[in-house]
Write a protein that binds this ligand. Structure first.
Ligand code: NAD
Ligand code: MG
Length: 399
């Protein structure tokens, strides 16, 4: 009997209209015969989603925002793609049988759909780091229970995955996450205090969505990645180092007990880690620019400055504390980043808001996704309260 490998791979992209989603579809479009697109989802960008429906002909297209349902439905009439809207439809789309699912929704909003995809037992490529921060232990338990495969897409975790000897875990001493340092690597506190959203999202190396760009500027992104690495690779916080590497050529490293350090290098093009997840366990060609080390000349490294980047320390503390702390950290950060992007708080207030919320009372550790969502909701409310100064029980550090 021949192998059934000729049929196209059924793939779904959650968060298709975002930076990671579009990079994923760019790779798919280069070899369309190989893939059959099952579901594409977006938050509310109907125009972009409709263009993707026309190009990829998915079985279903979903907008999370129910108010956009009419626009979506009208625009894709006759394409053969079913239109759907709302959070339930998002989870249903993620639950449809697929061989491979890209989880690229930003924020805890991606948690329920990502878990739904995991429950189908599919290969799930995870870009949505917030779901691992917010519900890491629950997500990894669901992966084991449903025999799903989680492949890290975040460039650092993808790099580690590529050089991590899973068969000899005992030989691994530590991992080292590299960080570009973001746009304010060398800025003083006064400059950071005045930083505008436009300055904060102007990442020196990567072109990404607004939220992760602001997280990179505060270095909360690296903090979230330390927590993400803990859950993906099962290492304690003390075995996860962070080093600033402004050129972003080395995407991360694994240190072994003999003193060897293995690294993955490449240009800053997300299509490289995405392709690794898409082609896994093989590799595929990508149009990404090739590394030219001689032109680069030198690679530099330095220790992160926790004084100017307190968000990294907050995330480490949340991981050490465990329980509800990472869920609270993530939710408060999402609310604070939104408020910064909307011009409601200053750049340095982001970490201040997160710290204030974490100083409040914590519920017990979440045991289910519903527990996580309840803790997330309360932490969002607390963050709003801190920002509007209505919080009598906490010092207003946010100003
Ligand atoms: P983005 O903002 O460009 O795209 C986010 C996607 O999620 C969009 O399709 C948007 O429509 C959808 N979305 C947003 N809010 C939603 C909601 N409430 N419900 C349903 N869908 C919603 O973000 P991005 O830069 O592509 O990042 C996506 C995820 O990947 C994030 O978790 C980010 O941390 C991670 N990541 C991104 C990069 C990158 O290069 N952009 C690198 C590493 C990790
Ligand atoms: Mg990253």
């Amino acid at each position: 009997m021949g192998l059934v490998t000729d049929r196209p791979r059924r793939i779904s992209v959650l968060g298709a209209t975002g930076s990671v989603g579009m990079n994923t579809l760019d790779l798919v479009a280069r070899d369309p015969e190989r893939y059959a697109v099952e579901a594409l989802t977006a938050n509310r960008d109907v125009a972009k989603l409709v263009a993707q429906v026309r190009a990829f002909r998915p079985a279903v297209a979903v907008v999370a925002d129910p108010d956009r349902y009419g626009d979506l439905k009208a625009a894709i009439v006759g394409t053969g793609t079913e239109a759907a809207a709302g959070p339930k439809a998002l989870v249903e789309a993620a639950s449809r049988p697929a061989d491979w699912v890209m989880a690229a929704i930003v924020g805890a909003a991606g948690l329920a759909p990502t878990v739904a995809a995991i429950r189908t037992g599919a290969i799930v490529a995870v870009a949505n780091k917030e779901c691992l921060v917010s519900a890491g232990a629950i997500v990894t338990a669901e992966v084991a229970k449903h025999r799903a495969t989680l492949l890290p897409v975040d460039s650092e975790h993808n790099a580690i995955f590529q050089v991590f000897d899973f068969a000899r875990r005992e030989a691994i001493e530590r991992i080292v996450l590299t960080a570009s340092g973001g746009p304010f690597l060398n800025a003083d506190r006064a400059t950071m205090a005045r930083a505008t959203p436009a300055q904060a999202v102007a990442h020196p190396r990567w072109n990404m969505g607004a939220k992760i760009s602001v997280d990179s500027a505060t270095m909360m992104n690296k903090g979230l990645e330390v927590i993400e690495a803990h859950f993906l690779f099962g290492l304690p916080e003390t075995a996860i180092d962070v080093v600033i590497h402004p050129q972003s050529v080395i995407h991360s490293m694994v240190g072994y007990v003999d003193g060897s350090v293995l690294a993955q290098l490449g240009t800053t093009d997300m299509r490289i880690p995405i392709s690794f997840a898409l082609a896994w366990p093989t590799r595929m060609n990508t149009p990404a620019a090739r590394l030219d080390l001689a032109s680069l000349g030198s690679l530099t490294f330095e220790r992160p400055d926790l004084g100017r980047f307190p968000a990294l320390a907050l995330a480490r503390d949340a991981l050490k504390a465990g329980g509800a702390a990472p869920t609270i950290l993530n939710a408060a950060n999402e609310v604070a980043v939104d408020a910064f992007l909307a011009g409601r708080i200053g750049f340095l207030d982001i970490a201040g808001v997160v710290e204030c919320v974490l100083e409040g009372k914590w519920p017990g550790p979440p045991a289910t996704i519903d527990d996580v969502l309840a803790i997330d909701r309360d932490a969002r409310r607390d963050a709003q309260a801190v920002m509007s100064g209505h919080n009598s029980t906490r010092k207003a550090k946010a100003t």
